[in-house]
Design a protein around this ligand. Structure first.
Ligand SMILES: [Zn+2]
Length: 143
């Protein structure tokens, strides 16, 4: 088991104590839909090991994680029919290293960076459908 922190929402998700819509999982990383999406398909990718910041991770792990970020970004491009997908390491919402991936659209109302005040209300069944589409796309294009 990777090292975890007892008072960390993301470690709870990894332990299965806080159900989210998972889109990607392997031995070391977990990708799931953000519960407070800035746009449909807003995904978080996290290492299963608890680190406070992405920059605390071993160098090689950051490289591996960003290979997965690229793979998820490509899936989001396909599913949401947009080339514009942003990735940022954020870090203040939950103190566990994470990368936000947000599909972007010309008319989505955000600036160059997403406006944290613009959140989408997406019904649970739609979130489920979005997760299923991303997962299917990721399975179709391994690597
Ligand atoms: Zn954690």
């Amino acid at each position: 088991m990777p090292a975890s922190s007892p008072n960390c929402v993301f470690c709870d998700i990894i332990r299965g104590d806080n159900p989210h819509h998972v889109v990607y999982e392997d031995a070391e990383y977990l990708g799931f839909l953000d519960k407070y999406p800035l746009n449909p398909g807003h995904t978080q990718l996290i290492p299963k090991e608890h680190y406070r910041w992405v920059w605390d991770m071993p160098q090689a792990d950051i490289g591996f994680m960003f290979m997965k970020v690229r793979r998820i970004a490509k899936a989001l491009q396909k599913v949401f029919n947009t080339e514009w997908v942003i990735a940022d390491t954020g870090g203040i919402g939950v103190p566990h290293a994470h990368v936000h991936l947000v599909p972007r659209f010309e008319d989505d109302g955000h600036g160059e960076l997403p406006d944290p005040k613009i959140l989408r209300e997406i019904p649970e069944n739609e979130m489920e459908e979005i997760a299923r589409k991303i997962k299917t796309e990721l399975e179709r294009t391994p690597g």
